[in-house]
Design a protein around this ligand. Structure first.
Ligand code: FAD
Ligand code: SF4
Length: 511
């Protein structure tokens, strides 16, 4: 009889995976998972990312065997061979696969497999393309409202619960200064591993220690996050009970003493499908009454709004993303992103946190790391690869639209209507980074002036040249251009000169 393989990919670790629902396995059918080490070489991934993915895969396999020891199951661990070579060795006639979250993965597999691929629909996402307009501009808010109605989340008699669709304006508080002495416990504060996880991590650590170069960026330590569904549910409940209440108001706040503040830390779990987006949203919607609508809605908007929205944009525009570079920036990524010492306290703090935890919440990613890369005219694809390499939750479908689209504006406005850039003012308002920085956030010129300021104005100056070709861009940037145009020519020239020096210094690691 012809052999059939039912393959579960490493980011499809869902208890609801369609292949786990199959009964009556035939003699010629095998469920299979593959760990291929060459896949770990595609980019200089943070060690914690690799530790976590391999540990979650092995834990999933462990649970799968426990739940049904009779099911025919093959787990290939730590192979030096490529994923597709291992599959071809099976000499199967059919490889069954739930459609990968990343279409490029399917193209890559299809080009190399000898067997016929039988695709099964991907049930892991909540939205489909019909929810986007036929062409850009795409407005997340419109998409999100349709999602609320479609999923019937936070709806009362066809109207938004609380009388408003969006409470974003309530969600902009700066961190409380008292937290510097006594930082709130974030999601890293508890360890969610059990004995089985520890055994698995010991094996995976040994494998990766021998495999990864010693100078790889990122601390080689075990992430304390849940590896499988049962503790993940407790992790989710802990977020809803302990942090969701403050999530909304302090969503944009950044604190040197706490990497996660009131954020959930759920992205890494969700992107591996350990917990479903639906389960997470239902838990947040059903939070205790003391949790205000601004927090409940704010969090749910991230999951059914932003997360699903970026994925649809990626699926539609991924081919353009591959080449996109709207501003034509070609600068190399400054070495501070790889941990080179820097006097910019915001960047050195966030990079240190990434090195230690493979995590930052949304605002450091966007307004510190992404902002600085854009202001220093860095090649957006180098920026994209950095984000993809160093975060625990990074997968192409979610990195590329966020980095190339939202953060670097490399797509020229498919995703966002204007670039997310700012001077020191925003960082100073929303964090305590500036207090212990050797630069002064209030100054634009002079030795002690915060580099973000001159870089910001120089960026505004340079982008002004684009206004003719992109009227919508001009509309959004117009106010900043007019502020720039009111500066005296002498001041403008000084700012340009300072920005030139700063960009060179950033690349030479002297900033
Ligand atoms: P919370 O603040 O607790 O938010 C809840 C959930 O909302 C997240 O878990 C996530 O699933 C979802 N979410 C919110 N915003 C987004 C968004 N823009 N895109 C996708 N999901 C979103 N998210 C990733 O999952 N992987 C990435 O590689 C990634 N790279 C990013 C790069 C840049 C430059 C930016 C600006 C954002 C990126 N994001 C990425 C989105 C967002 O920053 C992270 O999802 C979030 O910080 C994860 O932490 P959390 O789970 O504690 O999030
Ligand atoms: Fe960052 Fe400038 Fe603030 Fe220093 S002063 S922390 S460089 S924003």
């Amino acid at each position: 009889m012809d052999k059939k393989i039912f393959l579960i990919l490493g980011d499809q670790l869902s208890e609801e995976h369609p292949f786990l629902q199959r009964k009556n396995w035939q003699k010629n059918e095998t469920l299979m998972m593959i760990e291929s080490l060459p896949r770990a070489d595609w980019l200089p991934y943070h060690p914690q990312k690799l530790l976590y993915v391999f540990a979650c895969m092995r834990r999933f396999a462990h649970e799968l065997k426990k739940s049904d020891p009779q099911r025919p199951f093959l787990y290939v661990s730590g192979s030096d061979e490529s994923f597709t070579a291992l599959l071809n060795k099976q000499k199967a006639s059919e490889i069954h696969l739930v459609e990968p979250s990343e279409p490029r993965a399917l193209e890559w597999i299809s080009a190399r497999l000898e067997a016929k691929i039988v695709l099964h629909p991907n049930p892991f996402f909540l939205a489909d393309d019909s929810l986007l307009p036929a062409k850009p501009p795409y407005l997340m808010e419109n998409f999100y409202r349709k999602m609320r109605v479609r999923l019937n989340v936070l709806m009362e008699d066809g109207e938004p619960a609380g009388g408003q669709w969006n409470f974003d304006k309530d969600n902009r508080l700066a961190p409380d200064r008292r937290w510097e002495q006594n930082p709130p416990a974030d999601f890293f504060s508890e360890n969610w591993l059990d004995e089985t996880d520890r055994r698995i991590y010991a094996e995976v650590s040994l494998m990766l220690r021998n495999y990864l170069p010693a100078d790889r960026f990122g601390d080689f330590v075990i992430p304390p996050l849940p590896t499988h569904a049962a503790p993940a549910r407790k992790f989710l409940s802990a977020f809803v009970a302990e942090r969701l209440e403050k999530f909304g108001p302090y969503e944009d706040a950044m604190l040197e003493q706490s990497v996660g503040l009131f954020h959930s830390g759920l992205s890494a779990l969700m992107n591996l499908q350990i917990l479903s987006a639906r389960e997470i949203v239902d838990a947040a919607a059903g939070a205790p009454a003391r949790v205000e609508m601004s927090s409940r809605e704010g969090f749910i908007r991230q999951v059914i709004g932003w997360r699903e929205f970026v994925r649809l944009i990626y699926i539609r525009h991924r081919k353009e993303y591959g080449e996109s570079n709207f501003f034509g920036f070609t600068g190399a990524l400054p070495p501070l992103y790889w941990g080179a010492p820097s006097k910019l306290n915001c960047l050195s703090t966030v990079v240190r946190q990434v090195k230690e935890t493979a995590y930052s919440h949304h605002i450091p990613r966007l307004m510190v790391l992404g902002n600085f890369a854009l202001l220093t005219n860095t090649n957006p694809h180098e920026v994209n690869n950095w984000f993809w390499s160093v975060y625990l939750d990074a997968y192409e479908w979610v990195v590329s639209p966020n980095v190339l689209g939202m953060s670097q504006f490399a797509d020229g406005g498919v995703f966002a209507t204007k670039p997310y850039v700012s001077g020191a003012n925003y960082i100073n308002k929303m964090s305590n980074y500036c207090q212990s920085c050797s630069y002064d956030p209030k100054q634009t010129l002079g030795e002690r002036a915060c580099p973000f300021n001159a870089l910001y104005w120089s960026f505004i100056d340079e982008t002004q040249k684009l206004k003719v070709s992109r009227p919508s861009f001009a509309r959004r940037m117009g106010m900043m251009w007019s502020v720039w145009n009111k500066k005296t020519p002498a001041e403008q020239e000084q700012i340009r000169e300072r920005a030139r020096e700063l960009k060179a210094a950033a690349r030479e690691g002297k900033i």
